[in-house]
Write a protein that binds this ligand. Structure first.
Ligand code: HEC
Ligand code: HEC
Length: 254
């Protein structure tokens, strides 16, 4: 942990430069060529097994109702096109902000009569990856309705709040110091267009919320929970901040 602390105190000493206006750049641009190549080739991409698994789940009938996703959404390419690029979204029926994972779970419960999948389970990652893939190369295009405004304000505040033993905010690293080196990483803008990702240092796939937790733990702050309101608000803020970036799901990162 010592080298990280040393690197971070250096970070804190530098004066913040880039302010709020930010032309979004994908994390892809900050990766080594070898990592990019993994993402570029669906056969090499280690996250792609999720898509295959997602397809199997898509067709799997629920034990009680006999319905599957396919019963209603026959052509996934058509029905789910651009959907992932529009989440998180305020859901009037549920009176809350929902990200794609939550929407998938509500479909499982309300339409299939099934049981919600655990956040970060391989099944939920798989369906998220499958639906995410149908927005590949489409620009992130979240729409913040009136009802979602408070969530957005909350997310921005969380992004800017200094926290943890190292007293750093998301913004300190991902807005004020992107492009700089930190241990083996180049700090990116912290964009969310590639999720779910296969992270080579994890040796497995993870969601946006898992990444938030990783970052919070690395500055020794107490993380929020996956699926928590705080992470949802943060996700909405990041989706707005990244508007226009092409979707890359399922992505590969270092
Ligand atoms: C000490 C600096 C630091 C802080 C503070 C920090 N992160 Fe990160 N973050 C990193 C590093 C390093 C990585 C891995 C390399 C990269 O993609 O930037 C990363 C990666 C990410 C990614 C993945 C980007 C991609 O392209 O896949 C997201 C999203 C992210 N961070 C969000 C956050 C959020 C939200 C917060 C605040 C809760 C936060 N980070 C706080 C250093 C930081
Ligand atoms: C009984 C029919 C039915 C079944 C079964 C069903 N859906 Fe849906 N689904 C719908 C309808 C109708 C909509 C559009 C209305 C809405 O967004 O609530 C929808 C909307 C969605 C959306 C949101 C689309 C958007 O534009 O925001 C997603 C994502 C989705 N379904 C995924 C799934 C998944 C995954 C499954 C299987 C676990 C599934 N659905 C099963 C009928 C169904």
């Amino acid at each position: 942990m010592k080298p990280l602390i040393a690197a971070l105190s250096l970070l804190c000493a530098t004066v913040a430069t880039a302010e709020d206006a930010l032309a979004p750049i994908s994390g892809y641009a900050f990766m080594e060529p070898a990592t990019r190549e993994l993402q570029d080739d669906d056969f090499l991409n280690p996250a792609f097994f999720l898509v295959d698994k997602g397809l199997a789940l898509w067709d799997q009938p629920a034990s009680n109702t006999g319905l599957s996703c396919r019963s209603c959404h026959q052509t996934i390419e058509q029905d789910m096109k651009g959907v992932a690029a529009r989440y998180p979204q305020y859901d009037l029926g549920q009176s809350r902000l929902m990200n794609l994972e939550m929407k998938i779970n509500s479909e499982i419960v309300d339409r299939l009569g099934g049981t919600a999948l655990a956040y970060e389970s391989e099944e939920l990652l798989a369906l998220t990856a499958l639906i995410g893939l149908q927005s590949r190369q489409m620009p992130m295009a979240v729409d913040v309705t009136v009802e979602a405004q408070d969530w957005l304000v909350r997310g921005k505040k969380i992004f800017e709040t200094k926290r943890g033993q190292l007293n750093l905010s998301c913004k300190d690293c991902h807005q004020n110091h992107w492009g700089e080196k930190l241990r083996g990483d180049t700090i990116s803008q912290g964009q969310i267009n590639a999720f779910p990702i296969f992270r080579l240092t994890w040796g497995e796939a993870g969601s946006r919320h898992r990444m938030f937790t990783w970052c919070m733990e690395s500055i020794r702050a107490a993380p929020y929970g996956p699926g928590s309101d705080e992470y949802l608000a943060l996700e909405l803020f990041l989706a707005v901040r990244g508007r226009g970036l092409p979707m890359e799901a399922p992505g590969v990162r270092r």
